[in-house]
Ligand binder design. Structure first.
Ligand SMILES: Nc1ncnc2c1ncn2[C@@H]1O[C@H](COP(=O)(O)OP(=O)(O)OP(=O)(O)O)[C@@H](O)[C@H]1O
Length: 263
């Protein structure tokens, strides 16, 4: 049996804002090629975890090793090299409103040496179509797109540099059930086709059931438990029981079992 390669290793992570401690002694491993769903109650620090792993927040203590690079103490050049190997999609897509979709997707490509403008544009359009947007979406401005299309544009930008790991913060929030199911399918398909590792923060039970290989539950300032969805059903913790065994979880589970999620 092959041993899974750890692409993200978090140890003893501590994050705090003033006296408010969000994480304390948080450990987490993410394996290559998996889709990891990160869940937890509101304010448990899912976004803060994503931001501290991607280097947008400097933790108060602990270590984050990503793709073999220890973030703390890494040189600027090492962090730049690492940034080219990951993609991040924020909740609202975080697109520049004054740029077209194509120009937005070209932004991460602008620092890549040896690419002329035409190649950059061709690569951006490839990622736009890979993200399931219609061919003419590249020439539109974000304000001309629906919420679901903006998310796909955000995903296209996250994929611009052919990352090994993508971070998705609440990718289906605000989408209607059909749009959300389509987005789940897209993430699952891209992960499998491209061998992507996906770190996915979500509240959406249907997304967990439809896409995730493994779940990490944040509670009590740390990762309380990791495992498959089946493992979650055995966890004796009030929040975990309520979340995974409550009526909404039952509905999501039954829908997937019947082969029709989100109906
Ligand atoms: N820049 C900041 N300054 C001060 N406090 C912050 C900052 N960012 C986050 N926090 C606090 O950290 C805690 C965790 O926030 P975070 O956004 O990670 O929660 P979350 O688990 O993603 O929540 P939700 O599910 O509601 O999106 C919250 O109490 C939040 O107020």
């Amino acid at each position: 049996m092959s041993v899974a390669e750890t692409v993200i290793e978090v140890r003893g992570l501590r994050n705090q804002f003033g006296t408010h401690v969000v994480h304390d002694g948080l450990d987490l491993d993410v394996y290559r090629g998996e889709i990891l769903g990160v869940v937890g109650g509101s304010g448990t620090g899912k976004s803060v975890l994503l931001r501290s792993i991607t280097g947008l927040i400097t933790p108060a203590a602990g270590s984050v090793r990503m793709l073999g690079t220890e973030m703390r103490g890494a040189s600027e050049a090492e962090l730049d090299a690492l940034a080219e190997r990951i993609g991040v999609m924020f909740q609202d897509g975080a697109l520049f409103s004054s740029l077209t979709v194509c120009e937005n997707v070209m932004v991460p490509l602008s620092n890549v040496e040896g690419l002329d403008a035409r190649t950059r544009e061709a690569l951006a359009r490839l990622k736009i179509s890979l993200s399931g947007l219609p061919w003419n979406a590249g020439d539109k401005f974000p304000s001309e797109l629906s919420g679901g299309m903006r998310k796909r544009a955000g995903l296209a930008r996250a994929l611009a540099l052919d990352p090994e790991i993508v971070f998705l913060d609440e990718p289906t929030a605000g989408l209607d059930p059909i749009g959300a199911a389509a987005f789940d399918e897209l993430i699952r398909g891209l992960s499998r086709a491209l061998g992507l590792t996906v770190f996915l923060v979500t509240h959406d039970l249907d997304t967990l059931y439809a896409t995730c290989d493994r779940i990490a539950v944040l509670a009590e300032k740390r990762v309380l438990v990791t495992g498959t969805l089946d493992d979650m059903l055995e966890v004796d913790h009030p929040w975990v029981r309520e979340y995974f065994l409550g009526p909404r979880a039952r509905a999501a589970r039954d829908a997937i079992a019947a082969g029709h999620g989100r109906e």
